[in-house]
Design a protein around this ligand. Structure first.
Ligand code: ARG
Length: 462
């Protein structure tokens, strides 16, 4: 091979390796946190007499200019700088000269990246929490309109007992409230500042970690330098929180898909969220909830990826950890867009009250009420009541009626034990009465549902 060819090959290899090694093409997402962290670090260095106040001022002004250049699109991101930390520092030094070279005193990229990434995760935990709050508010508002609308409650996707639709929707308000609380508690747990841990062992410079921590809005510095530079639990936590939120989004999406099908027709989604088929002009496909359901997969993948990256890493920092970011960025973007789209879908869906009520008359939803009545009023053992109720259901099937539609004579004929039953039983078999009879705390009755709405309205105010 000629020398020239050899050189070309070497250059190509070097370029491939640069690309392989670099994170700049994705960690530029962290530019704002990187600059925030550097400003706090420089201020602390000046307070400690490690930088002069002139040097610090020059650094701060320079960093703000770099920020401006990035935000205006002027900034040239290049593989030559490997990551956002080197890119910002290099540009800073181009702008302000000598003082720029002093910024990296008493820190390492290891604590720098841990700080930037943690700031990002903390920022996003707060904003996702706020989005969840809006989503909960939507569920509560829509629920409050349907606290007397009957819908068949299901177990095993089989008609079970009558509910009101507001109660059904509030199940999701509860799920998203738990999600909200998960983001809140992981925010609190991780609200400690890595800066000053340096490469892995701390630094001989006379720094004040409490001061930089405070400037960045953390509670206090982390306790252990080596643990800190290798810890990515905070990233795993947000990935888990997002996964759980997406799992809940996926479940309501699945219900929306079912409910908007021809078989259910409980809801109609606004045309923006359902598209027509390219070959079957009569169709309206629930693409948006299907995508919400589908995107849950990649978010789970991101969680499993990072768990796998972290497993078996020796202390302390290892380059493997650079693989922590893209999945988190992707999950954050996915959950942000998913929450805001779901919010609109729920706000704009058209509820078909009639279809829900019709469907409630299928499947003998009040059969349990008959059994409960026999137990409560006639002191019958539950198993006996269960078999007698089965006879009533068979009779209703023969008559092609729902159990809630039987008259007292029909009920009395269904089983010998019922021949003298009081005619009040008809009232007990009524669907709306049955729903309202479930008045235990957390139950489906309109009263309990409205209490829960009040609870959420208070909670939303905090
Ligand atoms: N780009 C690196 C990352 O994302 C920054 C830390 C690099 N530190 C090092 N010692 N190579 O993790």
């Amino acid at each position: 091979m000629s020398n020239q060819n050899n050189q070309i090959l070497k250059n190509t290899n070097a370029q491939i390796l640069d690309e392989f090694n670099a994170s700049i093409m994705f960690d530029k997402e962290l530019y704002a946190q990187d600059i925030r962290g550097s400003i706090a670090h420089s201020q602390m260095l000046a307070q400690q007499g490690i930088l002069t106040s002139e040097e610090q001022k020059a650094i701060e002004t320079g960093l703000l200019q770099v920020k401006k250049e990035i935000e205006s699109g002027e900034f040239k991101f290049s593989l030559a700088y490997e990551d956002i930390h080197m890119a910002v520092e290099t540009r800073l030094t181009e702008i302000i000269g000598e003082p720029g070279k002093r910024l990296h005193t008493a820190r390492s990229r290891n604590d720098q990246v841990a700080t930037d990434f943690r700031l990002y995760v903390q920022d996003k935990s707060l904003s996702i929490k706020e989005q969840l709050k809006e989503l909960i508010e939507t569920f509560v508002n829509v629920a409050s309109k349907y606290t007397t609308t009957l819908i068949p409650g299901m177990t095993h996707l089989q008609h079970a007992q009558p509910l009101n639709f507001g109660f059904h929707l509030l199940a999701y308000a509860n799920m998203f409230k738990r999600d909200y609380e998960r983001f809140e508690s992981s925010y609190d747990r991780n609200n400690y500042c890595p800066l000053g841990s340096a490469a892995l062992a701390g630094t001989p410079h006379n720094i004040d970690r409490f001061s930089s921590s405070e400037k960045l809005g953390f509670i206090s510095p982390t306790l252990h330098a080596m643990d800190t530079v290798s810890d990515r639990d905070f990233a795993l936590e947000i990935l888990f929180n997002i996964s759980t939120t997406m799992m809940h989004i996926s479940r309501i999406s699945e219900e929306l898909i079912l409910w908007s099908s021809y078989e259910f027709q409980f809801v109609r989604m606004s045309d923006e969220y359902a598209t027509t088929s390219s070959i079957m002009p009569q169709k309206k496909n629930p693409d948006v909830p299907e995508l919400l359901r589908g995107k849950t997969g990649r978010v789970y993948g991101n969680l499993i990826s990072l768990l796998t990256v972290m497993k078996g890493l020796p202390l302390a920092y290892n380059k493997d950890t650079q693989e922590d970011k893209e999945g988190v960025f992707d999950s954050v973007k996915t959950v942000e867009i998913s929450i805001s789209i779901l919010n609109e879908v729920i706000k704009t869906m058209i509820v078909n009250v009639e279809k829900m009520e019709q469907a409630s008359k299928i499947g003998h939803l009040t059969a349990t009420d008959l059994a409960d009545y026999l137990v409560q009023k006639q002191n019958m053992p539950f198993r006996t009541a269960y078999y007698i109720t089965k006879d009533v259901v068979s009779l209703a099937n023969t008559l092609n009626k729902d159990i809630s539609e039987l008259n007292i004579d029909e009920i009395r004929k269904a089983n010998d034990e019922l021949k003298n039953i009081s005619d009040e039983i008809v009232m007990y078999l009524d669907l709306r009465n049955s729903m309202n009879a479930r008045n235990s705390f957390g139950g489906t009755s309109t009263i309990q549902t409205e209490n829960q709405i009040k609870y959420f309205e208070e909670w939303l105010k905090k």
